[in-house]
Design a protein. Structure first.
Length: 189
């Protein structure tokens, strides 16, 4: 082998190694961003989970006979807190969201509850947390999209398979949340 060939082969090997390291580090960066984004969302979910017992206790004082709704909310909260995967968390969070809607709807039937300052405060806190959760989900899904896209593109897909990187799940809303809201004005249809 001539010196020129050795230099050329060494140069190609170095370029390949540099290319591999850049892609590898890009995957590590994106994987860490996915974990950070999920952890951020998890913090907001925990804040909501911590608020639920206070809300249930307050509503119980006004509507003690609505035990089924209270149990549904508390059970959904406990399932969400114990979720083992993103898919399971999504399912349980959707159930908790529906339960909270039912719980908050009770305030319409109980004017004293609706006028209670503590209830209004908890309702405002919940609304603020829901906005934070929505933003965290958007960020998480954005990072997951970047990760999954990079994972599927060639030649990155070769390195992703070597690293055994699996496709990450998006955090999606329940199908029932996608349906149109029916609006009626004064009984007119």
């Amino acid at each position: 082998m001539t010196t020129t060939m050795i230099i050329a082969v060494s140069g190609l090997f170095f370029l390949f190694l540099l290319f591999f390291v850049l892609i590898y580090n890009g995957f590590i960066r994106l994987r860490n961003q996915c974990e950070e984004a999920f952890a951020t969302m998890d913090v907001y979910l925990k804040k909501r989970w911590d608020l639920v017992p206070n809300l249930v206790t307050l509503v119980k004082g006004y509507a003690s006979h609505e035990k089924e709704t209270f149990n549904q909310v508390i059970e959904a909260r406990n399932r969400a807190m114990g979720s083992a995967s993103i898919g399971e968390l999504q399912k349980n969070e959707n159930a908790l969201g529906q339960g909270l809607k039912n719980l908050l709807a009770l305030s319409e039937a109980y004017p004293d509850l609706k006028a209670n300052e503590g209830f209004t405060n908890l309702q405002n806190q919940l609304q603020s947390i829901e906005t934070d959760i929505l933003q965290a989900r958007k960020y998480y899904n954005s990072v997951v999209k970047a990760f999954n896209t990079k994972r599927e593109l060639f030649p990155q897909s070769l390195i992703a398979s070597m690293m055994k990187l699996n496709k990450k799940e998006y955090f999606q809303i329940d199908g029932s949340e996608r349906s149109n809201v029916e609006v009626s004005f004064g009984g007119a249809k």
